[in-house]
Write a protein of this length. Structure first.
Length: 296
């Protein structure tokens, strides 16, 4: 599928096959609002010629979303009849499109919800403390990390997000006991000192925003044998009165480092938070791919 124009209701599908039309495939669609089905249906019989694009008039219902909701158009493609390699009804592909929706303004701001109250910020003794009646966050200006988080009397964190570039090597990366294989990624990483990265705090700031949220802005620099400025990590946390936290991370890698074992942050939660569900178009283990491999 190439895309869907929510304004015109036109769905574009491309046949990437070289010889067959898409007549052997049937497609079903559904519109979901924050995981709940709003509407569904079937596409007409596809007649798309090889390497051609077909435009289909698909006018789905207009949805209005509340703050925090999302709308997605899901399409699933099945074999319309039995073939030499699959049974009729076998799923051969899927796609998902985020639908721009008309957002309804919230009746009241998050800061004015009863029992929550506005956020306060205290910056004394090198400690940032952000809190209201239902939320409490502590961050160290010296270390540049979030150190504690309590939401509605529940302690959540062991340690806040920290720069992480190392991981357990695989056999494909190299064997630890074979240091003579200099061409192996593992030996290159160790020679550059990536397994012994030293991270220092560059800056730590706090800012009150006009919408009642509070921003914590941190910057760290990771040094190793190959470079004193191997990885620059800039991370910001926008904290909202209802307890939501938006995290933004920017990584700048020195040209002296051709590749990394891993690049991201490590967040450690308290016991009791072992059951997590990924919500997003990227599967956890496939972020390096060029296109999403999981749906919302």
């Amino acid at each position: 599928m190439i895309g869907y124009n929510a304004r015109t209701g036109v769905l574009e599908i491309k046949n990437k096959q070289d010889f067959d039309t898409l007549a052997w495939i049937r497609c079903e669609w559904e519109l979901k609002l924050s995981g709940k089905r709003v509407s569904n249906g079937k596409l007409p019989v596809l007649k798309t010629a090889p390497q051609k694009v077909e435009k289909i008039d698909l006018k789905i219902p207009t949805v209005t979303v509340e703050a925090g909701q999302e709308a997605f158009l899901n399409l699933r493609f099945y074999a319309a009849a039995a073939t030499g390699w699959c049974k009729s009804g076998h799923e051969v592909g899927w796609d998902q499109v985020s639908i721009p929706a008309k957002t309804r303004k919230a009746a009241r701001s998050q800061a004015s919800r009863p029992g929550i109250g506005p956020l306060t910020l205290d910056e004394s003794n090198g400690i940032f403390t952000v809190e209201n009646k239902a939320f409490h966050l502590v961050a160290s200006a010296e270390a540049g990390f979030i150190e504690a988080l309590r939401s509605r009397e529940h302690e959540v964190l062991v340690s806040g997000p920290r720069l992480q570039i190392w991981r357990r090597p695989t056999d494909n990366d190299g064997i630890k006991g074979w240091p003579d294989e200099k061409w192996r990624p593992l030996n290159k990483w160790r020679a550059q000192g990536l397994d012994k990265l030293v991270v220092k705090t560059v800056s730590a700031k706090a800012r009150r925003n006009k919408d009642g949220s509070i921003a914590l802005l941190f910057e760290h620099m990771g040094a190793c044998a190959a470079s004193d400025e191997a990885v620059r990590h800039q991370h910001a946390y926008i904290i909202f009165p209802d307890g939501r936290i938006r995290a933004d991370n920017i990584f700048t890698i020195d040209k002296a480092i051709p590749d990394l074992p891993r690049l991201g942050v490590a967040l450690t939660l308290k016991p009791g938070f072992e059951k997590l569900r990924w919500f997003g178009r990227w599967s956890v283990r496939k972020l390096q791919r060029s296109e999403p491999r999981s749906s919302c």
